[in-house]
Design a protein around this ligand. Structure first.
Ligand SMILES: [Zn+2]
Length: 495
């Protein structure tokens, strides 16, 4: 179909999360207004509008998919107007589809708030940034909503936890928080330090605890081995706490460092490994039969040679026995495929940092506001304390007011922490994935069969086997890295 070069027809796309919908300036109507005004200024004729509302459970893509279909069928719609990148696209395939529409139908994507227009002739670099931004925006949003969820649980936890402070801490009945108990904390720290060396048994530590005067809080008796173990596995001591099966950041003072805690967990893990080490096959639990969909299992034949075969659960499928040697080279290739060139990693990292600037500006504003409020509360607290000392106000009023303001300060502190966490993981996640991808091959080469299996299962969503040929499906985001790795340098047109 010939597309009219002078066409000025446009579609609009707006998306909100159900959370944003409640806030002024983010709603669908607000976005639509912005886009319609832009269309008017540009003299574009809006022929259709699409919207999506995202909820915690639903990604909200119905409108987006409908729009893609519409654009495919109506190439005269030359313009797609959207507020900004992260409204538009949430995954690699969306970007790929949009790119296809740009190339084939001459679609122009206008990101109004970012003052960006993407089209066939856009530099591939620009399109690539678009891709990265879209992915990272998604990441950031995921992280933030994760932090918000944490916040809710934390709030509930603050009231409930801890009813009784664990050993090493004591309850402060005024602040409802836990504080370090100096009579016990050094002994707790000592237990961690000794166990981290790997040279002490739990039984020996029991004695150390007894000698240090550490006894059960309620029982007042010597600690049992399992109580000592529980202490050594309790994240509360490095500043977190366990609640409803998850680990939350606490506001209490830690007794040990996270590093020491991790060392101790490693000692536990290595002892478990020693207990449960079993022979496993590198490609066991990794593949399914391409012919019948059954699991591919592994075993030794004549006690020596490792073979893989279809369990044939659904009847004979003709899949032959495959000796392990025939799979090794291909499996290594599968692992190596996620590796992207170092030059490209450096470039991606740079792009990530750039795309991070927007979020940073937003974050800085938030942090500034919260900090100001915190200081204002502190000033009030100081003042009211003086007023109380001067007997200008009754003690009850001082108690009531200062408790109220301190609560708000706590709330602000945890909000600040949340922003910092979301912000960091946004950046680091991306960079970590790139770095991780670089390390898989050497890791894999040095791995035991058991570890090889773990690496493969980490990378692959599934893998089919036909004759002696495994065909992988990578997990996100490795699928994306594989595609990226396949592109030639400087030719990021695929995005
Ligand atoms: Zn089969």
């Amino acid at each position: 179909m010939r597309v009219d070069e002078m066409s000025n027809r446009a579609v609009l796309y707006a998306r909100v999360s159900s959370k944003e919908q409640e806030q002024e300036g983010f709603s669908i109507p607000a976005q639509q207004k912005l886009l319609r005004e832009h269309a008017q200024r540009r003299d574009l004729h809006v022929i259709k509008e699409f919207t999506d509302v995202e909820t915690a459970k639903q990604a909200g893509r119905a409108g987006f998919n409908e729009m893609l279909e519409y654009l495919k069928k109506n190439p005269e719609a030359r313009y797609l107007l959207c507020e900004k990148t992260d409204r538009l696209s949430r995954n690699f395939w969306d970007i790929a589809t949009l790119d296809d529409l740009m190339n084939r139908q001459g679609l122009v994507i206008s990101l109004v708030k970012e003052s960006t227009e993407l089209h066939k002739e856009s530099r591939s670099h620009e399109k690539f940034i678009f891709g990265i931004k879209a992915l990272m925006a998604k990441n950031y949003i995921d992280n933030l909503s994760e932090e918000v969820k944490k916040g809710h649980a934390e709030k509930a936890a603050q009231g409930e936890y801890p009813s009784i402070a664990p050993l090493g801490y004591k309850n402060n009945l005024v602040t409802h928080r836990i504080e370090i108990d100096e009579s016990q904390a050094p002994a707790i720290r000592r237990l961690y330090e000794l166990y981290a060396t790997g040279r002490y048994s739990l039984k020996q530590l029991r004695q150390v605890a007894r000698d240090a005067g550490l006894f059960g809080r309620r029982s007042k008796r010597e600690l049992s081995k399992s109580e000592v173990e529980r202490i050594l596995k309790n994240p509360i001591y490095y500043g977190m706490f366990r609640w409803k099966g998850k680990i939350w950041p606490g506001i209490h003072q830690p007794i040990i460092s996270k590093e020491l805690f991790d060392q101790v967990q490693e000692v536990f893990a290595s002892q478990n490994r020693a207990k449960t080490r079993r022979h496993r096959f590198a490609f066991g639990n990794v593949m399914r039969c391409a012919r019948c969909g059954c699991r591919i299992t592994a075993g030794k034949i004549k006690g020596r040679y490792v073979y893989y075969w279809c369990t044939g659960f659904r009847g004979k499928c003709g899949q032959p026995y495959v000796p392990e040697g025939k799979l090794e080279a291909r499996m290594r290739e599968i692992v190596a495929a996620v590796r992207i060139g170092e030059e490209r990693v450096a470039w991606l990292t740079k792009l990530l940092r750039e795309s991070h600037e927007d979020e940073k500006a937003y974050l800085d504003a938030q942090v500034k506001g919260l900090t100001a409020r915190y200081e204002q509360l502190q000033a009030r607290l100081d003042q009211i304390y003086l007023d109380k000392l001067d007997k200008k106000i009754p003690t009850e009023l001082w108690e009531q007011k200062s408790a109220e303001w301190r609560r708000e300060q706590d709330e602000i502190r945890s909000q600040l922490a949340k922003h910092q966490n979301a912000n960091q993981s946004y950046m680091e996640e991306g960079i970590r994935i790139f770095e991780l991808a670089q390390r898989f091959v050497p890791l894999y080469d040095a791995a035991t069969p058991d570890e090889k299996q773990q690496i493969l299962r980490f990378l692959l969503l599934n893998c089919t086997l036909d004759d002696a040929t495994p065909t992988p499906t990578y997990r996100k985001p490795f699928n994306w890295l594989v595609e990226l790795a396949e592109m030639k340098t400087g030719g990021a047109e695929g995005i």
